[in-house]
Design a protein around this ligand. Structure first.
Ligand SMILES: *[C@@H]1O[C@H](CO)[C@@H](O)[C@H](O)[C@H]1NC(C)=O
Ligand SMILES: *[C@@H]1O[C@H](CO)[C@@H](O)[C@H](O)[C@H]1NC(C)=O
Ligand SMILES: *[C@@H]1O[C@H](CO)[C@@H](O)[C@H](O)[C@H]1NC(C)=O
Ligand SMILES: *[C@@H]1O[C@H](CO)[C@@H](O)[C@H](O)[C@H]1NC(C)=O
Ligand SMILES: *[C@@H]1O[C@H](CO)[C@@H](O)[C@H](O)[C@H]1NC(C)=O
Ligand SMILES: *[C@@H]1O[C@H](CO)[C@@H](O)[C@H](O)[C@H]1NC(C)=O
Ligand SMILES: *[C@@H]1O[C@H](CO)[C@@H](O)[C@H](O)[C@H]1NC(C)=O
Length: 290
């Protein structure tokens, strides 16, 4: 019986040793990098480095499209390198680099999806990340014009604000701000294309007492998908004398875009900061009077 015990002990020691050996050679992906958002037209570098290079059988990159029709949502092989062979890259807009890094060239809306790296020997390890291509398409186009009084209480002329974007990706949101106040009573129409690009049309009718000459009217494109934090804006300074369109004043647009970016960065516009200072002053005056 003691002999059996010794054998068992020897076996378990052996097993531990094997584990330790296997552990030291464990296959893993040591560095994995896929950008989560990329603006259309740019390239993206995807990195997948792994341990234990000499015992790897193959490395593959896969892509699962986000927008393909449901029947062909299958993974697409982008890259494969079998040990001892040169890499094969079956997809046209993909270039191979050293160490299984790939570069996706000139990204379009339809390149959005999940990118996965697979490294295999007897074991297999995988890492994946969603990459979203974003774009303002043909740009945010804003028009403001005066229209006849509509079916409301007053007899005032009205101001029609129209904002649209064509071929934007992913699904965008348009919002209208007049002097930094957002108007929610807008009418929105969305057209969807199978490639993941969207046309969005927005309409808002305002009574002319809401919009004074010199008012700043801004159309803002953002994305409901919070992983895409980029925003685009187009803005116009209202002048009741003329019809206005951002397409007609491109220089002004870029300038005011910069201004609004600055304002957004600071969080508060100068106008609201003025109120922040004014309120305590008013209270101080009232205090002295009472
Ligand atoms: C590829 O990997 C090798 C070994 O880790 C390293 O020496 C080399 O710098 C890497 N090449 C690039 C372009 O990162
Ligand atoms: C659309 O995006 C491009 C690229 O970022 C930018 O140059 C352009 O100003 C944008 N247009 C509008 C109207 O937002
Ligand atoms: C803005 O006005 C221009 C010129 O009148 C027109 O071509 C364009 O379609 C209008 N865009 C919108 C968003 O109404
Ligand atoms: C916007 O207004 C125009 C002109 O009144 C109209 O033709 C169009 O259908 C409206 N679009 C939406 C999305 O309400
Ligand atoms: C939207 O709201 C503004 C301000 O409250 C108002 O002047 C305008 O008439 C409203 N438009 C519609 C279509 O209800
Ligand atoms: C944003 O990205 C994270 C990490 O990639 C992911 O888990 C999450 O689902 C994404 N959110 C949306 C709204 O797609
Ligand atoms: C806010 O005020 C500062 C100076 O006080 C000025 O430089 C800046 O242009 C103003 N910004 C806006 C958006 O008006």
């Amino acid at each position: 019986m003691p002999a059996l015990g010794t054998v068992a002990r020897a076996l378990s020691t052996c097993w531990l040793l094997l584990c330790a050996l296997a552990g030291s050679h464990q296959l893993s992906i040591t560095e994995f990098a896929v950008p989560s958002t990329v603006e259309a037209g740019n390239n993206a570098e995807l990195q997948c480095l792994h341990s234990d290079a000499e015992r790897v059988d193959y490395v593959k990159w896969w892509w699962t499209p986000m927008y393909a029709a449901s029947e062909d949502k299958n993974r697409v092989l982008l890259y494969q390198r079998l040990t001892g062979h040169t890499p094969e890259i079956p997809k046209k807009n993909v270039e191979g680099r050293e160490n299984d890094t790939i570069v996706l060239m000139d990204l379009h809306s339809y390149d959005s999806g999940v990118y996965e790296c697979e490294v295999s020997n007897v074991a297999e390890v995988r890492r994946h990340q969603e990459l979203i291509v974003y774009s303002n398409g043909t740009g945010v186009e804003l028009n403001v014009s005066k229209v006849e009084d509509g079916p409301d209480e007053d007899d005032l002329e009205e101001v029609l604000v129209q904002c649209e974007v064509h071929e934007a990706t992913p699904l965008p949101d348009l919002s209208i701000f007049v002097d930094d106040v957002k108007f929610d009573n807008v009418t929105v129409d969305v057209e969807e294309d199978s490639n993941g690009v969207y046309n969005v049309f927005l309409n808002l009718t305002l009574s002319s007492d809401v919009v004074a000459d010199g008012s700043n009217i801004r159309c803002e494109l953002s994305y409901p998908n919070h992983n895409v934090s980029h925003q685009y804006t187009s803005e116009i300074v209202y002048n009741s004398g003329t019809a206005l369109s951002t397409t007609e004043t491109p220089e002004d647009t870029t300038q005011s875009e910069l201004a609004s970016e600055l304002k957004n960065k600071n969080g508060v516009s100068n106008r609201s900061r003025w109120i922040l200072y004014a309120v305590p002053v008013v209270f101080a005056i009232l205090n002295n009077l009472l």
